[in-house]
Design a binder for this molecule. Structure first.
Ligand SMILES: *Cc1c(COP(=O)(O)O)cnc(C)c1O
Length: 384
């Protein structure tokens, strides 16, 4: 079997789906799914107003329009009632994002969409291994996509993969891949190899804030393959967007799949440390649906002063994440250009101003977790 087949089938069996199609990035996988579902000109796609702008671009690329719905404050996932209210005769898909790894309230969303026969696409870019009533995320909707960019549950540098168990849809995806998919850009793959080496060698938690800002500056200068090229901020498909995954990324991916269960256990253990320390310091425990068993990508926590937390963390060398900073992350996104009206998703906007996220990746030791929780406790919870 060729590398693409091996990686795709290894990933499909990890998730428990019938078919998998690797791509250059997660957003490319979403684009492929939208195309395969026939979403196009004049159609509407429902998305949470608490996501990456990169996740919204593919909706415009196919000629459709995003309709934003608010989230629930306890698990940061789309509110099923808001989904029901947002459905119109033009709705052609719902993108159900499992935020931070918490599974969406799938049954309720499905109840809202199924009578209209609207397919649900799961955004699993932040959720790998989470289950919902015993079923793995990625197998709940018509199709799902994952990202293996640096900050995601597992990494191949950059990367994405679409999965489905719907044979008709898989046939369409397969046709698209055969007829239109471009090879990955060779220079970018070479740079990715280099980055991979550098990352392994020098990135430790204490230096991540510094490394991340350096990385962003170099990316802006066009010196590294960041996850987002500047032109992608425009809501139109850049030339050469629809690209496949390199053999290099797939080899890394195959290696990661072999150790993924240990990595998930580690995520759970570190999350328990944060839970224990933060509840003792006055936070409510993490709340999620009774049928949900999340494996979190990062541990979200609301703080009394987000800006102070981020600034202090950077000077103290504590690794803290800030997404989502805006209903369409990152903060520099022009919301109007993306059809989002300020105030449209108040629960999400409030979360953007309060939530930071703590690392759970393999480089976080129990000691680092204790230290990080201690740092957050010093900042303190908001008034709940
Ligand atoms: C990162 C991310 C994406 C996009 O993944 P890429 O591989 O960067 O294209 C989509 N949705 C969510 C929720 C993400 O966090």
């Amino acid at each position: 079997m060729s590398q693409p087949d091996t990686y795709a089938s290894a990933f499909a069996s990890l998730i428990g789906a019938q078919h998998a199609f690797p791509f250059w990035k997660g957003r490319v996988a979403l684009y492929a799914i939208l195309r395969a579902l026939g979403v196009g000109e004049g159609d509407e796609v429902i998305v949470p107003g608490y996501t990456c702008v990169m996740n919204v671009n593919p909706i415009y690329y196919v000629g459709a329009r995003p309709i934003y719905v608010d989230i629930r404050s306890h698990d940061y996932n789309m509110d099923p009632r808001a989904v029901r209210d947002a459905i119109s005769p033009r709705t052609r898909a719902v993108i159900a994002q499992h935020t931070y790894g918490f599974p969406v309230d799938f049954a309720a969303i499905n109840a809202a969409t199924s009578q209209h026969d609207i397919p649900i696409i799961e955004d699993c870019c932040l959720a790998l291994g989470s289950t919902y009533h015993g079923k793995k995320v990625g197998t709940l909707g018509r199709a799902a996509y994952f990202s293996s960019q640096w900050n995601k549950p597992y990494t191949t540098g950059l990367g994405g993969i679409a999965v489905t168990s719907d044979n008709t849809l898989a046939g369409k995806l397969s046709n698209l891949v055969r007829s239109e998919l471009l090879p990955p850009p060779p220079q970018a793959v070479a740079a990715l190899r280099m980055q991979h080496l550098i990352y392994r060698a020098v990135i430790y938690p204490r230096t991540t804030a510094l490394a991340a800002s350096l990385f962003r500056r170099l990316t802006d200068l066009g010196l590294v393959v960041g996850s987002s090229d500047n032109e992608e901020y425009a809501p139109m498909a850049p030339e050469g967007f629809f690209r496949g995954m390199s053999e290099f990324q797939m080899r890394v991916g195959l290696r990661r799949i072999r150790t993924i269960h240990a990595a998930m256990q580690h995520r759970r253990r570190i999350a328990q440390i944060y839970d224990a320390r933060l509840t003792r310091a006055g936070w409510p425990p993490l709340a999620f649906d009774p049928g949900a068993d999340p494996v979190l990508v990062r541990y979200p926590v609301r703080v009394s002063d987000k800006q102070r937390a981020l600034t202090k963390a950077a000077t103290r060398g504590v690794e803290i994440g800030s997404w989502f900073e805006s209903p369409l992350h990152p903060a520099r996104t022009s919301l109007e250009a993306y059809g989002y009206k300020q105030g449209q998703c108040p629960v999400a906007e409030r979360a953007c101003g309060q939530v930071i996220n703590l690392p759970l990746h393999p480089r976080v030791s129990e000691r680092t977790a204790e230290r990080t929780a201690h740092f957050v406790a010093e900042i303190g919870p908001p008034q709940f």
